[in-house]
Structure formats: C-alpha cells, structure tokens
Ligand binder design. Structure first.
Ligand code: F6P
Length: 479
C-alpha cells in the first residue's frame, strides 16, 4: 500500500517552514535587527561547518544524521514487535531520563490525543504511556502503586547503561515484578534500549533475556529520539514511526546544501548565533499549540547540553551558550509576555505555529448582546489561538523584539519528524559557529560524580571525600 509520505504533492503540502522576517532590521529596527549582509558574512563559516559535519557523518561520528535512512528497517521491526505484543499490556512505562525520556514524551503528546491515557477510544487497543522521568519518590511510588504489573511493560532506556535515575527505577520495577509475578516473568515485562557494547544495562538485559534494541554509539541522548530510544515507546502507543522517520528524511533532503539562504536549519542557526553575539542569549521557544509544549522541553535539552560549553575545539576557555526557555502560547501571554515585551532586549522568541489543528471547536454564541464578550461569538478556537499568536508576534515586532516562526501545516508524524531533524541540524551547525563540540556534555559529570561518591559507588571515594569536606554553610545565611 502506498504511504501518504510517498506522494510528492502531499509531502510538499506538509512542509514545515521557517519564517525569519522578524529577525531583520526592516521589521524590528536597525538597533536590534540584522541585514542580509550580516547573514552573508557568516556564509564562509557555514560552508566550513557544513563540510565538517559531512565529513564527520561519513566517518561514522554523527550517526544521528543517518537515522532516517539507517533505521527504516529497524523501525519496521519495532512496529511489528509492538503490534504483536501491545495487546498484552495496558501500561507502557518508560524508565529513562534526559534524552532517554524527553523525546518520548514530546512525540507522544504531540501526536496522540491530549487525554490519551484517560480515553480508551483514543488508545484504540494501545497501552497507556507513563514517563516518570525523575527519581522523585512521591511520583514514582504513586505510579508503581497504580500499575497492574501483570498488564505492564517497562521500557528501560539508558544509552550509557549506568545513569543513576533509570537504573534505580529499573532496579525497583524489576524487584516488584519478580516479587509479584516471579523472576521468570522479568523478560516478559521489560524491553531495554541501550548501547550494544558498553555499560551495564546490556549485561543485565542479556542475563535476564530481555528484548533489547540498540542506540548507535555516535547518537547522543539528545539526538536519539529517532532511534529505538524514541521509536519503541512511540510504536507501542500507536504512532506511525515510519512516517516520523520519513519526515526527518524529507527535512534532511531539504537541508542538504550549505547555501544558508536555502537551508532553514543553517539560516536559523546563523540568526540565533548573531542574536547571542549581540547580547540576546535567551532563546524562548513558544508553541501556540498545547500539543507542542513538550517539544519545547525536548529543545531545551538539545540546545542547552549541546551549546553550553566551557572550551572551544582548540581548548580555549570560551564559556558560551544561549539559554533555551520554554513558554506556551496562549497560556504564557498571561505570565511571560510582559517581560518579553518590555524587559531587557536579551531574547529571541521562536514561535511554533500550526495551520490546521486536529479537531476544532466553535466558541459558544450565548451573550451576543453583551459588549466585550460578543466579539468572541461565531469564531472558533483555532482562529482564536492563531490570531493571538499573530497578534503577539506583531506586538513583539512593533516593540523591536526579535522573533521567528516555525510553521507546521498540521501536527502529524511527518511534520514532527521534519521539526526534529531541523532543530538537530540547526544545533549541530550552531556548534560549528561557536567552534565547540556540540556532542559531549562534560559539565554534567561533576555533580553526578559527587552523587556516586556519596552513594558509595566503587571508584568514587575521592569524590565522597571532596563532598564531605565541602565548605560549611553559614547558619546566619539560612533564614
Ligand atoms: O541514556 P543515558 O546514558 O542514561 O543518559 C541520559 C541523559 O544523561 C545525560 O548524559 C546527562 O544529562 C544526557 O546527555 C542523557 O540524555
């Protein structure tokens, strides 16, 4: 059967587009906006960055760039596995954190019914999805108490196979399953996603006979949503993962040029970079579609862990990195917009706009006789939210505030796949512009190592010593 994403016309109609008009001086004024010459001045850097990325891709160092191609077959296999097994379970629980959870949440909330877990009809035979994404005991205990383990499958995801949060969640879930259902049942209630050759999760999965999918070595956590990290849970909750990959592949093709005026990932990267260099390091992602709220959360990790770096590629101390912020339209118009309009000129707002919403609703028509209310009657909610977006966009622009818009014709697996690849590539190019390694995260290690030391992990005694001899806090500063 032909898939809709094999149809050229449909694909073009579903193209995600970037509108950067309001990043330019003719729209937001010379003091804050840029000229085409400012952008052109970075073309050589972009060309060099493009070459570096392609070389690294060819050398197998950036396998996330190849996922739309390399994971077609794996996606099909995952889909079959999910289809064959999904009716055995009412609950699918992701045990992962950071890149092993944020993408899973984003894909599910973007593509499924907003009240998916509550509506049997919307689930259409698929299990409910839970992603605790933390080790807060209140939250985790409450979830485990709720689950009928006989009807639950846990997807433990950890690329490194050593992260404290997913591994502690796994230990507890495994113990409960073994206690309640018997140790022989463990393999029926877990599916693992991890690195093939490193970490402890692979060893455990093999010992327990747990079905396992692999994260390629050069696909870092925050770039892994299109690998089994995101695909397994998505397939279980009925998402068309093949279409998701097709969307990513479509965007990869659209961005297959170093000409920054034709490449939305590179153009946005350049404009965001110019803004940061110019004293605007706050990067606000503001979807005007509630279903995209968690996509902004995914973006926060992608942008922050990739670009917040102490050293450049030559080892010089640079301490760079824009700060990604999540906001939600129209909700945050009533919380953050005041700051964005009149506060410091230190932000760029990236709006996410949706042209056609899934499901629409008319606004009620009572009180047509009451001034100040009647203007709402006869309109629909998609008109309202989109008008509010356009109005906020204009207001910001009028106040000389930099902003751009990513437009989704609709939110579906194909457009979401495009969006994911667009921002991954944008992030990679930004790493090139900052001349930093966008694919490591050395800064998160120190805190982790202190925790390992305190909790008694082998090899971390010196970290415990350092932790225990930390400076005393002044009591008078604790009020
Ligand atoms: O999948 P893992 O190895 O458990 O890592 C989870 C997350 O922890 C980090 O390594 C550090 O926060 C992230 O980069 C990663 O997404």
């Amino acid at each position: 059967m032909t898939k809709r994403y094999e149809d050229a016309e449909w694909k073009e109609s579903m193209r995600v587009k970037l509108d950067v008009n309001n990043m330019f001086a003719d729209k937001v004024g010379e003091e804050h906006g840029y000229t085409r010459e400012d952008v052109d001045a970075l073309q050589d850097k972009v060309t060099a960055g493009h070459k570096n990325l392609l070389e690294a891709k060819e050398a197998g160092e950036l396998d996330w760039m190849k996922l739309p191609e390399t994971h077609k077959e794996i996606a099909q296999e995952i889909k079959e596995f999910a289809e064959e097994n999904r009716d055995k379970y009412d609950n699918f629980v992701v045990l992962g954190i950071g890149g092993s959870a944020l993408g899973n949440i984003a894909v599910q909330t973007a593509l499924n019914d907003p009240y998916y877990n509550l509506k049997e009809e919307a689930r259409d035979g698929c299990p409910r999805l839970f992603v605790p994404d933390n080790v807060d005991p209140t939250r985790l205990k409450s979830l485990l108490d709720e689950l009928d383990l006989e009807r639950t499958i846990f997807n433990v995801i950890s690329k490194s196979g050593t992260t404290a949060e997913p591994m502690s969640q796994f230990l507890t879930a495994r113990e409960k399953v073994a206690e309640e259902l018997g140790a022989d049942s463990v393999s029926d209630h877990f599916v693992a996603v991890t690195s093939k050759d490193s970490g402890k999760l692979i060893e455990i999965a093999e010992r327990e006979g747990i079905k396992t999918y692999y994260v390629p070595d050069t696909v870092g956590g925050r770039f892994s949503v299109l690998s089994p990290v995101g695909l397994v849970s998505s397939a279980f909750v009925g998402i068309d993962i093949e279409e998701l990959l097709a969307g990513a592949g479509y965007m990869a093709d659209l961005c297959d040029t170093d000409d920054l005026w034709s490449n939305p990932a590179y153009l946005n990267s350049v404009l965001q970079y110019l803004a940061d260099q110019d004293g605007k390091p706050m990067s606000v992602m503001m979807p005007y579609a509630h279903v995209l709220k968690d996509v902004a959360d995914w973006y926060r990790q992608l942008w922050a862990e990739s670009l917040g770096k102490e050293f450049d590629k030559e080892g010089n101390v640079v301490n760079v990195g824009p700060t990604p912020i999540k906001a939600l339209g129209a909700t945050d118009q009533h919380s953050q917009a005041q700051l964005y309009m009149e506060g410091p000129y230190d932000k760029v707002v990236i709006f996410l706009e949706v042209e056609n919403f899934r499901g629409n609703l008319e606004i009620g028509t009572a009180y047509e006789d009451i001034d100040g209310i009647s203007y709402l009657c006869g309109h629909s909610f998609d008109e309202l939210i989109t008008t509010e977006k356009k109005a906020t966009e204009l207001a910001l622009t009028k106040n000389n505030r930099l902003n751009c818009t990513v437009k989704f014709p609709e939110v579906n697996a194909f457009t979401l796949g495009q969006f994911i690849f667009l921002f991954e590539l944008q992030t990679a190019m930004s790493g090139e512009l900052y001349n930093i390694n966008a694919f490591n995260q050395p800064g998160v290690e120190l805190g982790k190592n202190y925790a390992y030391g305190v909790l008694g992990r082998d090899g971390y005694a010196d970290m415990k010593e350092e932790f225990d001899s930390r400076p005393e806090k002044d009591e008078d500063l604790i009020l």
